[in-house]
Design a protein around this ligand. Structure first.
Ligand code: NAP
Length: 347
């Protein structure tokens, strides 16, 4: 009996689900309740890609070897350090007879919306690594479990743009739920992929009397935010320096601090920055995969801060449509993303 969550593919340790497993079966035979995908491009999660890039000293061949060895060892592209994955685009090769959607057609282009950290993957060759946008073109195949969600790539948007945006679709969709009219929202890492989408969504929600504050760590990122008409205020500061960021947010808000703080960076040790920037009874949203539960929980307790801390679930209802619609409504962000995520030469 095949499991809808894919536990039938777990090799080790037994009785775990595929995300927690060290090794899963990546034989590319489509079982009754699975979909087999011919993979075109992987979008490696930013925290994972950053770790691989640093570990390989930005050497593309070394990065290829590292990615191949991870997938060979584990049957999936789950970074052993960050434990995170990413997403993929490809085309439907085969649909098992008990897969929940029998209407998919062979060759139809899709993006998976479940993490690569649980997706059986086989890589025959890595064709190219696009270091500037964290996408990896491969020849290979993947399996989607019956419970796995995916989006059919819409015809009006470039598929690599869709891949990039859907990788972080949970973040703007959650911001739509969490931010309210007149709120002050602080975004740590505002010039990144999810940061830009969140900044746009936050402004839609807080309205003209609310304030969106972006924290960035490089001067050129201020220009990006300004060119895209994002963020009412921008702070240039290193997010790994909690007291420095706190002081600037404190001064800018006349001591009131943020109703909602979003953490969308791709580096460690930013938990306390996020918590300190937030007012008592405010909300902290940790989307970053480099977040430590221990540092956040014990750190908040240690400074006596009563905030609601939300783990950035990659899935939230209707997140794909919300995010793709956001791109359609925001032509400047769409154009910026097109330049960044669909570049890298012909594919
Ligand atoms: P991204 O485009 O790389 O953005 C990260 C941003 O953080 C960049 O602008 C980066 O600036 C900035 N940053 C790095 N170090 C900083 C520092 N010390 N101070 C201030 N800013 C700093 O990444 P993304 O794709 O938006 O992803 C953001 C996070 O979400 C990552 O941790 C990723 O792994 C995670 N994620 C989570 C989920 C989920 O389901 N929860 C799904 C996908 C991704 P530089 O360019 O200067 O480094």
């Amino acid at each position: 009996m095949y499991c809808k969550y894919g536990s039938h593919r777990v090799i080790h340790p037994k009785n775990t689900l595929p995300q927690a497993a060290d090794k899963i079966d990546n034989h590319m035979v489509c079982l009754d309740n699975e979909m087999l995908i011919d993979v075109e491009t992987l979008n490696i999660d930013s925290a994972s890609f950053h770790q691989i890039k640093e570990a390989c000293n930005y050497d593309i061949e070394a990065m290829k070897s590292m990615i191949l060895s991870i997938v060979q060892r584990q049957g999936k592209m789950q970074n052993p350090v960050t434990k995170s994955g990413g997403m993929l685009i490809g085309s439907v090769r085969e649909v098992g007879k008990n897969f929940h959607n029998q209407n998919l057609k062979k060759g139809q282009k899709i993006a998976t919306l479940v993490s690569l950290s649980l997706t059986p993957l086989f890589i025959k060759t890595i064709k190219a690594i696009h270091i500037e946008n964290e996408q990896v073109d491969i020849e290979g195949q993947a399996i989607l479990f019956d419970s796995g969600i995916y989006a059919v790539i819409p015809e009006d948007l470039n598929e690599h743009l869709v891949l990039a945006a859907l990788d972080v679709a949970g973040a703007p969709a959650q911001v739509k739920r969490l931010s309210k009219k007149d709120d002050t929202v602080v975004i740590i890492g505002a010039a990144g992929k999810s940061g830009l989408l969140c900044a746009y969504q936050a402004k839609q929600n807080v309205g003209p009397k609310g304030t969106v504050i972006g924290v960035v760590n490089e001067a050129w990122q201020i220009d990006v935010l300004k060119a895209l008409d994002l963020c009412d205020e921008i702070l240039l500061e290193d997010a790994t320096k909690p007291l420095a960021v706190y002081q600037k947010v404190h001064d800018l808000t006349a001591g009131k601090l943020a109703d909602l703080t979003l953490n969308v960076v791709n580096v460690e040790n930013t938990e306390m920055t996020t918590i300190l920037a937030t007012k008592n009874h405010g909300i902290v949203y940790f989307f970053s995969m480099a977040t430590s539960f221990t540092k956040a929980a014990l750190g908040a307790e240690g400074i006596g801060k009563d905030v609601t801390m939300i783990i950035g679930n990659g899935y939230c209802q209707d997140h794909a449509n919300i995010t793709l619609d956001l791109l359609r409504q925001a032509p400047k962000i769409k154009a910026y993303f097109e330049k960044k995520y669909t570049s890298g030469g012909p594919r």
